[in-house]
Design a protein around this ligand. Structure first.
Ligand SMILES: [Zn+2]
Length: 260
């Protein structure tokens, strides 16, 4: 029995390619992080060239205040851009980039809901989900070609690369994160927002709101890459006692972001 399990583990996870995600899950990762980060940086550059940044001061202040509180928990330098686009969408890219569409800012009710979005997106980056997707779908020797292709997003490989990063809709390709990756980003995100002093209960309100918005005429692009599984809210509720502990500790330490 034991022997069988270990041989399965080895065949699905080549020894050197096996790493553990922040939630303790075993992952198959073969692409060098440097290449995935380069892809993220290049994709962000391309998006900045094609999509106007918002000139709304209030939006920019709110987005950078919340992102700063959250990324302070992680360290490193993160760039945040608010893009002028009415669809409720947001993303984070390897290489420490965060993009928020004005449509997301008009959808959320408060700082905590936007913190839930940013926390979730950063959760995908921290758990190397783009690398995991690339490792599953591409051969290692295609890595450099993908880095190059991302500067020509109309090409087939460029489109795939954007899709793997979760920002493919711009170029006609949408690759939904898996159920496992979504749950993982939820847990990492909700803990992260709580540690930064945002009310983690608002993550549940956010997903309910998102689902409500998708009942309308327009499909919500955010939900096509981040499919809302029926169990999402249940999982978040189950995890809430731990997140509330982190939130109370943050409050006690004086972390009370008042982002407006
Ligand atoms: Zn997601």
């Amino acid at each position: 029995m034991f022997k069988k399990i270990s041989s399965v583990l080895i065949s699905s996870c080549l020894l050197s390619a096996c790493i553990t995600s922040p939630t303790g899950r075993s992952q198959f990762i073969v692409m060098p992080d440097t290449q995935i980060n380069q892809m993220g940086l290049q994709a962000f550059d391309t998006l900045k060239k094609e999509k106007p940044a918002s000139t709304n001061n209030q939006y920019n202040q709110l987005a950078s205040c919340i992102s700063q509180a959250i990324t302070q928990e992680l360290g490193g330098v993160w760039e945040v851009v608010v893009f002028e686009d009415k669809s409720p969408n947001a993303f984070a890219l390897p290489g420490n980039k965060i993009g928020i569409y004005t449509g997301m800012l008009t959808l959320v009710d408060n700082q905590d809901q936007l913190a839930a979005v940013i926390g979730h997106e950063v959760g995908h980056v921290l758990a190397k989900h783009s690398n995991e997707r690339a490792s599953q779908e591409m051969a290692v020797n295609q890595g450099m070609a993908m880095v190059q292709a991302i500067s020509s997003p109309q090409s087939a490989l460029g489109q795939t690369a954007f899709g793997l990063l979760g920002v493919g809709a711009e170029y006609g390709i949408l690759m939904p994160y898996s159920r496992v990756q979504e749950s993982e980003a939820d847990i990492i995100g909700v803990d992260l927002m709580a540690k930064a002093g945002f009310d983690p209960r608002q993550s549940i309100a956010l997903w309910q709101k998102m689902e409500q918005a998708s009942q309308g005429q327009q499909p919500v692009e955010f939900l096509s890459t981040h499919p809302a599984h029926a169990s999402r809210i249940q999982n978040l509720e189950q995890h809430m006692p731990q997140a509330m502990d982190l939130y109370q500790q943050a409050q006690a330490a004086g972390k009370k972001p008042g982002c407006k």
